[in-house]
Design a binder for this molecule. Structure first.
Ligand code: ADP
Ligand code: ASP
Ligand code: MG
Length: 391
């Protein structure tokens, strides 16, 4: 019998009716002859009692700033509550199930708290539970270090857990269940012209995830791709077939631009005078920069808005003159087929400027084109690209 991993996100486990839908997806997999290993996220989003952001805000507001290992210990609780709830619901319905923390399931990581990396996956305990006829229900987003400290895998990391477990147990497929019918051509919350992408390559979905499409974590794509395990994104609340992620696009028909991802909360800095080692000093402060352009007299780059204070303290210390534009967003058009086709950038620029959208900066790679624009214009820009490229 084939093992499959079924991962259910925060909205899928948020309410009792939602959790009943989860139970029916697990039951269906068993009826179809699969042995499921279930991975769950914390219940709901900010405001829900056990959601990750609620736990985080509670301690911040009532106690202050946490040490990073305590931050991880706290955040791991949300997923553990979900795992115990789903395992109990399965047991109540006559399906033998056992809840596991990430560490108990064999996810061993480094000690880089809040963004831990996998060291190795030891699947023995999970496989033993499956052999004994149990459905393992694993708390996502977490692992354990060699020093027995609980670690977390970065926000949105339950997807990563699903791929780590899938690769570890050599699953036949990994199903990521969420609140939309699959991967869409852009975030359905920002543009009403989007539609489902039925098939997409690992590298295209990786680019989309890495450029801000929250529907799947980029590291989940990376692990599944390395292990060559089929990855499917589906809706917990519908019977739609979802999006299948394939190894190459050779067999995928489609437009030049397959999707558009966006990331808000960017700030563009123009540094007018600086020493040669400024970028080294920015890196030493752990400030990640992108859209970097170096000209003979100025440097331009963007950062996440949360790092503004830290960066400006450094720029002041270094005596740099600078200007900044806040509330920017990056929109990234993605498509493996754009490689070597001339004129795509010209069409993007025309589509945006004809809708009076000011382009602040651009960057491109073989399969992506990124434009920096004002946050307020994200919806308009994404819809304009859908029209221009008939996405
Ligand atoms: P989960 O809790 O199931 O992990 P997330 O909130 O992390 O769910 O991801 C699902 C959300 O991702 C959707 O509700 C949707 O708004 C958003 N999203 C962003 N970009 C896309 C996209 N290209 N396709 C589908 N959903 C997207
Ligand atoms: N609960 C975690 C988060 O909100 C992990 C996840 O949902 O994937 O980031
Ligand atoms: Mg998610």
């Amino acid at each position: 019998m084939d093992l499959i991993v079924q991962k259910f996100g925060g909205t899928s486990v948020a309410t009792h009716p939602a959790r009943l839908c989860v139970i029916s997806k697990i039951t269906k997999a068993i009826e179809d002859g699969f042995m499921p290993i279930v991975v769950v996220s914390a219940m709901g989003r900010l405001g829900a009692p056990y959601a990750t952001d609620t736990l985080l805000n509670f301690v911040k507001e009532n106690a202050g700033t946490m040490e990073s290992h305590e931050y991880d210990l706290l955040l791991s609780c949300g997923e553990i509550i979900s795992a115990v709830t789903i395992a109990t619901m399965l047991n109540e319905r006559g399906i033998k199930a056992k809840a596991f923390t990430g560490g108990q399931a064999g996810v061993v990581t480094d000690e880089n708290h809040t963004e831990a990396e996998l060291l190795y996956m030891e699947p023995k305990r999970l496989l033993k539970a499956v052999e004994e006829g149990y459905v393992p229900v694993v708390a996502g987003f977490q692992g354990v270090s060699l020093d027995y400290q609980i670690t977390t895998l970065g926000r949105g990391g339950s997807d990563t857990s699903a791929s780590i477990l899938g690769a570890g147990v050599k699953a036949a497929q990994i199903e990521i269940y969420t609140d939309v019918d699959g991967i869409m051509t852009a975030d359905p919350r920002v543009c009403d012209k989007v539609h489902i992408i039925r098939e997409i390559s690992y590298s295209e979905i990786f680019q989309m995830a890495d450029s801000g499409a929250k529907v799947i974590h980029p590291r989940a794509v990376e692990y599944a791709m390395k292990a060559n395990i089929p990855l499917i994104i589906k809706n917990t609340f519908s019977e739609e077939e979802g999006t299948h992620i394939l190894q190459t696009t050779e067999e995928i028909k489609g437009e030049i631009i397959r999707g558009v991802a966006h990331r808000t909360g960017r700030v563009q800095y123009t540094i007018l005078n600086s020493n040669i080692d400024l970028l080294d000093k920015v890196a030493q402060e752990h400030i990640s920069i992108d859209l970097i352009n170096i000209f003979p007299t100025i440097k331009v780059f963007t950062i996440n808005e949360v790092n503004q204070e830290k960066l400006e303290a450094l720029l002041d210390k270094e005596g740099c003159e600078y200007s900044k534009i806040t509330h920017c967003a990056k929109i990234t058009a993605i498509g493996e087929k754009m490689t070597g086709i001339p004129g795509i950038m010209a069409r993007i620029v025309r589509a945006l400027t004809s809708h009076d959208i000011n382009i602040l900066q651009t960057a491109d790679s073989l399969t992506t084109i990124t434009c920096l624009i004002s946050e307020e214009e994200v919806s308009k820009a994404i819809c304009a690209l859908h029209e221009e490229f008939k996405i």
